[in-house]
Write a protein that binds this ligand. Structure first.
Ligand SMILES: *[C@@H]1O[C@H](CO)[C@@H](O)[C@H](O)[C@H]1NC(C)=O
Ligand SMILES: *[C@@H]1O[C@H](CO)[C@@H](O)[C@H](O)[C@H]1NC(C)=O
Ligand SMILES: *[C@@H]1O[C@H](CO)[C@@H](O)[C@H](O)[C@H]1NC(C)=O
Ligand SMILES: *[C@@H]1O[C@H](CO)[C@@H](O)[C@H](O)[C@H]1NC(C)=O
Ligand SMILES: *[C@@H]1O[C@H](CO)[C@@H](O)[C@H](O)[C@H]1NC(C)=O
Ligand SMILES: *[C@@H]1O[C@H](CO)[C@@H](O)[C@H](O)[C@H]1NC(C)=O
Ligand SMILES: *[C@@H]1O[C@H](CO)[C@@H](O)[C@H](O)[C@H]1NC(C)=O
Ligand SMILES: *[C@@H]1O[C@H](CO)[C@@H](O)[C@H](O)[C@H]1NC(C)=O
Ligand SMILES: *[C@@H]1O[C@H](CO)[C@@H](O)[C@H](O)[C@H]1NC(C)=O
Ligand SMILES: *[C@@H]1O[C@H](CO)[C@@H](O)[C@H](O)[C@H]1NC(C)=O
Ligand SMILES: *[C@@H]1O[C@H](CO)[C@@H](O)[C@H](O)[C@H]1NC(C)=O
Ligand SMILES: *[C@@H]1O[C@H](CO)[C@@H](O)[C@H](O)[C@H]1NC(C)=O
Length: 455
């Protein structure tokens, strides 16, 4: 069986100069509506005690939640992304409506309400997401002690949920303490452990991240690269008790957002460790995601959900997967020698996923940027805007500019990222290290892969 991804790679290798269809970015990525809507939301509350998570289904009005909800970090982190854009797109700041706003101050103000969560055990396991704006703050102000404290507190809170018998951090608390449930989403938590280890020199945090990732690769990821949402372990014996779903269509199905978290999470593990075992897991998860996309490129909420009635999309899964593919492409480039073919393929595919799902979900009249998110279909929460869908929409655009692939007016430069010149293995998509020497050939090859993908 030759997968679509493999066929695209073969094409890339065989016919890099073939006449190509145009691959293009959706202009919405850099629309002034992005800054305008996000600013309007930021200005609704001055001292936020509640955070936007998802919208209603009809008018796209944000619904607000208390700070210790797992999604609270995404809106402040989006404000930091817009600050990042003022630097990346310095010449287009007015055109994008980014001028006249202190995005850093807004990000700081909006993350302040999260602070009690740092030491609030009620917050549970999703501290990686909550830590995003504080990690962003440290990129700007590495000496900021309250941001350092926030990151370290979140990391230690997560480390406190590690069970050596299981080898993972616990997700949900359950009435039976020997019932130890781990969700694929928690691959996204591991970043805060690396950031804190970097700040403190505490290697235990890295050991915990590594162990969690290793067990997730073995027990959540199936041989074909698809994934279970939840694995239940016995906290005493460490054995796997069951595998099931919480938010997916069936216990043995592949929930698309979980699959997307996995692509990103394992690519991120590779970035931090340079262990190619993680790169391979991310590749396998990416291949499953790409090969199971329908012809219209619209990401369904679950890859195994029935086609009738029509499966609601999940635009957030699309945006997360695209960001994971961009990170995976950087992983391919950091190999020695750089895997240009693999890198180009993942950037191409990311652009295509962004294009197809933006075409579906962009909603000028809504408060959110995108519609067509599925928060939790088993709980009948679909067809909404979602704060993390919007966050990754904004971050994808920034990352593509950062890598030199896109310009700030929404066109492709015709070049693809090439390997950073030094210490490539520790580079991240938010570092400006990449320069572009991909040239015309790579541009043609990229479009060629795009042609093949939707077959
Ligand atoms: C942003 O720049 C444009 C063009 O220079 C200007 O018309 C607009 O008033 C500025 N907006 C703010 C909020 O400063
Ligand atoms: C330090 O970071 C915190 C948390 O992100 C923020 O609230 C505060 O404004 C920052 N302080 C300074 C001096 O930048
Ligand atoms: C390192 O982190 C672990 C997990 O949070 C903690 O138990 C340990 O005390 C820390 N070590 C030091 C030296 O702070
Ligand atoms: C875990 O194993 C212990 C010891 O065998 C047993 O008492 C407990 O019921 C098990 N828990 C689960 C959730 O399987
Ligand atoms: C570790 O700290 C250095 C120096 O502040 C920084 O450049 C690097 O990005 C950090 N890495 C992580 C994983 O936080
Ligand atoms: C890489 O990770 C795999 C498991 O994911 C582990 O078995 C192997 O020992 C690791 N390799 C190195 C060099 O750490
Ligand atoms: C998953 O399996 C459990 C236990 O058999 C069952 O109660 C549940 O309904 C199943 N979930 C789905 C979505 O089929
Ligand atoms: C899930 O299990 C059902 C019932 O056993 C089976 O019909 C279906 O093919 C399975 N789906 C996957 C994706 O394995
Ligand atoms: C999906 O995106 C690709 C690349 O932008 C485009 O060529 C294709 O027409 C899109 N498919 C649909 C059904 O919109
Ligand atoms: C996208 O959302 C619109 C309503 O906002 C809905 O009519 C349409 O069916 C949705 N499409 C998918 C594929 O979910
Ligand atoms: C390059 O990346 C592709 C896609 O991940 C992979 O199939 C291929 O084996 C990689 N090549 C090398 C030399 O690592
Ligand atoms: C979407 O959610 C609605 C309720 O809001 C539910 O009735 C419907 O079954 C869901 N759609 C699908 C196809 O699962």
């Amino acid at each position: 069986m030759v997968s679509k991804a493999l066929k695209s790679l073969v094409l890339l290798l065989a016919a890099p100069c073939a006449l190509a269809a145009d691959l293009s970015l959706p202009v919405e990525l850099f629309s002034p509506l992005v800054a305008q809507k996000i600013l309007a939301t930021a200005n609704t509350v001055q001292n936020p005690t509640k955070y936007p998570q998802y919208t209603d289904r009809v008018q796209g009005v944000w619904q607000y939640f208390v700070p210790d909800t797992w999604t609270s970090g995404f809106f402040p982190a989006t404000l930091y992304e817009l600050n990042r854009r003022t630097t990346l797109c310095a010449a287009d700041v007015s055109a994008q409506g980014l001028n006249g706003t202190d995005w850093v101050l807004l990000g700081q103000t909006w993350s302040a309400g999260e602070v009690p969560s740092e030491t609030n055990t009620g917050v549970g396991h999703d501290v990686g997401f909550l830590s995003f704006p504080f990690v962003d703050e440290l990129q700007l102000h590495p000496e900021n002690q309250s941001a350092i404290t926030a990151v370290n507190d979140f990391a230690n809170h997560l480390a406190g949920r590690f069970d050596p018998a299981v080898g993972c951090t616990r997700s949900w608390d359950t009435p039976d303490p020997t019932d130890f449930e781990v969700i694929i989403d928690n691959m996204m938590n591991l970043e805060v452990l690396f950031v804190s280890a970097n700040l403190t020199g505490n290697h235990t945090l890295i050991d915990i991240a590594t162990s969690h990732a290793d067990h997730t690769a073995i027990n959540h990821v199936r041989p074909d690269g698809s994934s279970f949402h939840v694995v239940e372990y016995n906290a005493t014996t460490g054995v796997v008790v069951s595998k099931f779903t919480a938010q997916g269509y069936a216990n043995n199905s592949t929930w698309s957002r979980g699959q997307a978290w996995g692509i990103y999470g394992f690519a991120n593990m590779f970035k931090h460790t340079q262990n190619t075992s993680y790169l391979e897991t991310s590749r396998r998860m990416a291949a499953y995601f790409i090969n199971n996309l329908p012809d219209d490129g619209v990401v369904p909420w679950d890859f195994n959900a029935p086609l009738v009635p029509p499966r609601p999309a999940d635009s957030s899964a699309a945006m997360i997967a695209a960001n994971g593919l961009i990170l995976l492409s950087q992983g391919e480039l950091s190999l020695s020698p750089p895997n240009k073919t693999g890198s180009d393929f993942y950037v191409d595919t990311a652009i295509q996923i962004i294009a197809n799902n933006t075409a579906l979900a962009w909603r000028p009249s809504w408060q959110s940027l995108l519609a067509n998110g599925t928060v939790n279909n088993p709980e009948a929460n679909n067809l909404t805007g979602i704060v993390y869908g919007d966050y990754y929409f904004v971050k994808n655009a920034n990352d593509l500019v950062d890598l030199g692939v896109a310009t700030c007016n929404g066109s492709l430069t015709g070049t693809l990222p090439s390997a950073p010149s030094s210490t490539s293995s520790t580079s991240s998509v938010s570092s400006p290290a990449a320069t572009n020497t991909g040239g015309v050939q790579a541009g043609a090859a990229r479009a060629d892969a795009a042609l093949d993908m939707t077959r």
